[in-house]
Design a protein around this ligand. Structure first.
Ligand SMILES: O=C(O)c1cc(C(=O)O)c2c(n1)C(=O)C(=O)c1cc(C(=O)O)[nH]c1-2
Ligand SMILES: [Ca+2]
Length: 695
């Protein structure tokens, strides 16, 4: 018989995670497993499970928790198949866990070189794996797509997805998608240098099947396909995009349409951000900030809908895409649901890519709406050509990568909506790949073309969970939070919506009314989306916890230190909540004030701080520190020895670059002077306020 020659290992591999398209389809109806990042092919994050419901959710208790052993952002949704949970932590590390007990089965560490900590714009995160035919697929921060044996965690093959490592700083943070023996993956990098594309590989051996570029690679024939030719006409041939790549990275959302055998992808912002330098004569810059439909077999372009022509605000359209059938007065329609960074909620006809509706779901000031041709009506001045402009929403997005969910029973979409204030101003001095003090992160190869916050933004930060009716185009309920950057959502046939929060809670709401029904404190702020599954008649609800992501680098909303952990709950679960680590136990919380520095160093130090440190460490003393420390709270010893440490690679293993080649001793000393000056300024204001308040 054919089974005779099999080793026991191979036999178990064939039984574990032997997912195929039929099983993914069937599971969409049963919901017993959680087979892909956003649950099933429709990516609704709606589970038909109902054992946990509005009546008994108060009885949820911890079944088990599992330590990821990490301190940076955790963005993965756990995949559960055949009783095994596959979840990723920071630095693209994969964990396989017994989904019933929380016992570790194996760990795979791709050993991402630490210098990729500075290549990643937005934390060393990973959103999860894909599982198919006995294999687990993960995209790594250093740009590889790796296939693992689902049973053992052994590497089976890996491919380099970066087409040119000498030019492009590509990183992978998103979860791969699988269908019909193909595994597809994009990449990030459009804040630094990137050309966007999505690639499909064969699941068996990683051979490349097709690749589609979201921005032109050249301006003259021959073009690789008609979509490239069309795109090339929409870019200024003399723009800086040719030096740094153009962007349009497909770094998160990709959704497979099983019925039409298509892949829809959401594309990212321009690179550099500012169109004025990227494509000085203007143009739509296809296919930035678009939803694009591709033939899933060949990668051939079918249609696109560009949400932001000529993007200039980092308005990525990479946010979660959901396939749904909506009932309109005129009848049912197959649609795509989208709530990208730019603040409009889109309903798009999935057949032809035509816009059905676009309506702001938060305050929006860059466009007033969409005209009959499906183009936004822009607000004068929003491009910040002559004067600074306060962006609403900002580059942090009205909704970022945190997955939303759609419940067909309520007809509502549950969006983790937010606002983080930011103002932009055109930077006439900007040069590609050039360190200019005062230009955000320019010494770390960021290419924005803007100076930031030259006017203080007037908007206040906010975060709320929004229940949005995509047919009526209106908000139905909301829950306010203390902070932006709350977790992704998941909704169930039990009438519930689950969400973790920046302030470290995991909450269940009534999906219809928004009434909070249950909550628990977890180890740190939550950014990832939850999942649910059933084993032997018991429903589990699970969420991977670990504060971080781009906003979490420099800010925090709990006093618990980020600690990567999976929390899994069931009705009447009795496991004790694991211990948490208090921020103040492990980090200094007193300002390093009253220390000597040279006053003349402060000005140049401020400029250098912006071009080297700002996005990771925040504004000294004004911000309080997130996953990465705010330097105004440093040990005084560290600040006095800063040149030696920063230029000696002291934190290299943690992902901080060695600045030996980038900054001189004098420059680092100037940075230290700025930090100390900020600490003094804020400490003085604090003591003055205290004095004013005392009787
Ligand atoms: O343009 C890009 O290529 C790109 C990539 C990524 C990423 O891969 O994480 C982010 C962004 N942009 C981005 O704009 C953004 O706000 C963001 C937040 C996060 C995160 O994980 O918290 N990643 C990214
Ligand atoms: Ca971006």
């Amino acid at each position: 018989g054919c089974g005779l020659g099999k080793t026991p290992q191979a036999a178990s591999a064939s039984k574990t995670a032997n997912v195929d398209d039929g099983r993914i389809r069937a599971n969409q109806a049963s919901g017993k497993e959680w087979l892909s990042y956003n649950f099933g092919y429709d990516e609704t994050r709606y589970s038909p499970l109902r054992q946990v419901n509005t009546e008994n959710v108060q009885r949820l208790g911890l079944a088990w928790s599992y330590d990821l052993g990490s301190e940076r952002g955790v963005e993965a949704t756990p995949i559960v198949v055949d009783g095994v949970m596959y979840v990723t932590g920071p630095w693209s590390v994969v964990h396989a866990i017994d989904a019933r007990t929380g016992k570790r089965l194996w760990i795979y560490d791709p050993k991402v070189p630490p210098e990729f900590g500075a290549w990643a714009c937005c934390d060393v995160v990973n959103r999860g794996v894909a599982v198919y035919k006995g294999k687990v697929f993960v995209g790594t921060l250093h740009g590889y797509l790796v296939a693992l044996d689902a049973a053992s965690g052994k590497e089976l093959w890996r491919v380099d997805t970066n087409i040119d490592r000498s030019r492009y700083k590509h990183t992978i943070t998103g979860a791969p998608r699988v269908f019909r023996d193909k595994v597809v993956i994009g990449h990030g990098g459009a804040e630094l240098a990137a050309v966007g594309y999505v690639s499909a590989y064969h699941v068996d051996d990683g051979r490349l099947l097709w690749r589609w570029f979201s921005v032109p690679q050249r301006v003259e024939p021959p073009f690789s396909d008609p979509s490239q030719e069309r795109a090339a006409k929409t870019w200024d041939p003399n723009g800086a995009w040719r030096e740094v790549g153009g962007g349009g990275t497909i770094w998160d959302s990709m959704v497979y349409d099983d019925e039409l055998n298509r892949l829809y992808v959401g594309t990212g912002n321009g690179n550099p951000w500012n169109r004025e330098v990227r494509s000085p004569s203007g143009g739509d810059n296809l296919y930035l900030s678009s939803v694009v439909a591709l033939d899933a077999d060949t990668g051939r372009y079918l249609w696109h809908f560009q949400e932001v022509p000529g993007d200039t605000w980092d308005y990525t359209a990479t946010q979660h895409l959901i396939l749904a059938e909506l009932k309109f007065a005129s009848g049912p329609r197959k649609v795509l649901l989208h709530a990208p960074k730019n603040g409009f909620f889109y309903v798009i006809d999935r057949d032809n890519g035509k816009l059905i509706s676009a309506k702001p779901y938060v305050e929006v000031n860059w466009a007033t709406g969409y005209d009959e041709n499906g183009r936004p009506v822009e607000v004068e001045g929003a491009r910040a050509r002559q004067k600074p402009w306060e962006t609403r929403p900002s580059a942090y997005g009205a909704h970022n990568w945190h997955p939303m969910s759609f419940n067909p029973n309520t007809g509502l979409v549950y969006i983790p909506a937010q606002g983080v204030p930011l103002a932009i101003e055109h930077d006439p001095q900007w040069r590609a790949r050039t360190h200019l003090p005062g230009r955000p992160m320019s010494n770390l190869d960021w290419n924005l073309g803007y100076v930031l916050n030259t006017i203080p933004p007037q908007a206040k930060p906010f975060g709320h969970l929004l229940a949005w009716d995509p047919v009526a185009q209106k908000e139905v309920w909301r829950q306010e939070y203390l902070s932006p950057w709350n977790g992704g959502t998941m909704t169930t046939a039990g009438g519930l919506v689950f969400q973790g929060t920046a302030d470290g809670r995991f909450i269940a709401y009534d999906a219809k009314t928004g009434a909070p029904l249950w909550q628990v404190e977890v180890g740190s702020g939550v950014i990832a989306g939850p999942a649910t599954y059933e084993i032997d008649g018991t429903q589990y609800v699970t969420v991977a916890v670990g504060w971080g992501g781009v906003y979490g680098l420099a800010a925090r909303a709990t006093e618990r230190l980020s600690q990567g952990r999976v929390y899994t709950f069931k009705i009447d679960g009795k496991a004790p909540l694991p211990p948490v680590r208090e921020y103040a136990q492990l980090r200094r919380t007193t300002l390093a004030s009253g220390l000597p520095y040279r006053a003349e160093d402060v000005g140049p130090g401020a400029q250098l701080y912006v071009s080297n440190c700002l996005f990771c460490h925040g504004v000294p003393a004004l911000d309080r520190g997130g996953n990465l420390p705010n330097l105004a709270y440093s040990d005084p010893q560290i600040l006095s020895e800063l040149p030696k440490l920063v230029r000696g690679g002291a934190w290299r293993a943690r992902g901080m670059p060695d600045f030996a080649e980038r900054l001189s001793d004098t420059e680092v000393q100037q940075i230290a002077a700025f930090i100390l000056n900020m600490a003094d300024t804020v400490a003085q204001t604090q003591s003055k306020n205290t004095a004013d308040q005392s009787p």
